[in-house]
Design a protein around this ligand. Sequence first.
Ligand code: FES
Ligand SMILES: [Fe+2]
Length: 363
Amino acid sequence: MTTQPTRLQPLEGYVLQPEHYYSQEWFDAEQKNLFNKTWVFAGLEAQLSEVGDYLVVQVGYQPMLVTRSKDGKLNALHNVCRHRGAKMLTECGRVQGISCPYHAWRYDLTGELTHVPQQTTQFPGLETRDWGLLKGSVALWDGLVFVHADPDAQPLSHWFAGLDKRLARFRPSRLREINVSVYPIKANWKFFVENHIDWLHLYYLHSSSLKDFAHDTGELTQHGPHWTSFENVRDGQDSNAAGRRPGLKEIPGLHADDAFIGAHLIFPNLALLTSPTSFATVNVQPTGPETCEVEIRTLAMPESVVPKNGFKELDQVMGEDCSAVERLQQSVRSSAFSVGPMAKRWEEPIVKFQQSYCGFMGL
Ligand code: FES
Ligand SMILES: [Fe+2]
């Protein structure tokens, strides 16, 4: 009689169970206990350059807005009408005020209630000052807009725990968006994030697409729950050729250790990709327990010329990553699914991610 091999315990810290990657119940718990309690990437400040510009952003289960009001300030507002609770704006754009399509209550760009139809006859005694939109928090990091559902959220710079300092020389506010790519993925968002911070797979899954880079000497740094990493081109490789997109201008002011390619994570779900010529936000949006959508927005120096097919390497690497995380999703419900020993250094960022995650989720 053959015996089943013993299931070894995974490395300490890999604590998530299969159902955390597919159950609706756990997805709901994440929306309430994680995304509702962290700073969330809302978009680029360049999208809010004029009075009336606004961003629509989902913060866990909370629909929110970021508006540019007449005083020049940014406002984080809950996108939920104070009359009967309808979500009001559905797509980013520009408005003079916020109107609810249901019964036409109107708010100004700071969220104050400015008009209630039939107020005197149907809402006698209503004080408009009592019924402004509920507020959250908004903060900028060098051209990137972040929002938090809590009006008393901790300052964004505290939340970053040093990541903003490590990446400061890129100064994304001076860069211009040159490409947006969207990838629908049939996998739980955590599989995608864990793959993003998994150094081990660079050697194998990307053995061809990232062959020019020196994985052994990568700089991997934890900043609280966040993570930065850099790797240079391999000895003998031409750094003017490896991974470079022709036509993009060099970002001035970078240091040698900002090169060559960087992959970073702002916990929980905003990845970043950097190079001497580009800075990209990689927003990993959960769309269901077993699906997510990844939106990659690439920024570069304004005088850059966007090359034809300039993003085919990105598509290749993303194609490899998507296929790997979808394979995990396809087996996560199997009775044979388990996590065995983890690489002590190259998979350590996954353990750190899970520790931070568990802190929010109360595991
Ligand atoms: S729900 Fe908005 S006006 Fe009634
Ligand atoms: Fe990858």
